[in-house]
Design a protein around this ligand. Structure first.
Ligand code: FEO
Length: 164
């Protein structure tokens, strides 16, 4: 049985993962409107991954005899001034999620909840990857710039996510 404190913290994390999903779907909509189908594809897959993160926590809480209590998800931004600014926001958001996962892990350590620690180690590793990927795309955008050929090439590259 999971403690009430950890149950609350996991429910809060479920909300953050669903918000991430909503945020990336909003970014995908922006990319569609900017005629960047590759960016939109990448962001839609990211949206699905975030739902997967939320559902992993949902399932875990049930398995531990906890109670899932879904919370309101606020409206994400709908406008992003450029692809570079958008990926700056992706990276910033992933850093925020990493900090939140780390706090959750600290709670599990404090409570000597070993099962929760093991489950959260997956998320800690996942966040390393999430930040690295966002950072790589952001660096490419900064180097290549946002005009013409370079942006088109990056869009094509992002369109291949999930196909290699
Ligand atoms: Fe679920 Fe992108 O962190």
């Amino acid at each position: 049985m999971i403690s009430k404190t950890l149950q609350k913290a996991i429910n809060d994390q479920i909300q953050k993962e669903f918000y991430s999903s909503y945020l990336y779907l909003s970014m995908a909509a922006y990319a569609e409107s900017e005629n960047l189908p590759g960016f939109a594809h990448w962001l839609r897959l990211q949206q699905q991954e975030e739902q997967g993160h939320a559902m992993k926590l949902y399932k875990y809480l049930n398995e531990r005899g906890g109670r899932v209590e879904l919370q309101a998800i606020e409206q994400p931004p709908t406008e992003f001034s450029s692809p570079t600014k958008m990926f700056e926001e992706v990276l910033e958001h992933e850093r925020f999620v990493t900090a939140s996962i780390n706090k959750l892990y600290e709670k599990a350590l404090k409570e000597n909840d070993y099962a929760a620690q093991i489950m959260l180690q997956w998320f800690i590793e996942e966040q390393v990857e999430e930040e690295a990927t966002a950072s790589e795309i952001l660096e490419t955008l900064k180097m290549a710039g946002e005009k013409g050929q370079a942006l088109l090439m990056l869009d094509r590259q992002l369109a291949r996510r999930g196909m290699d």
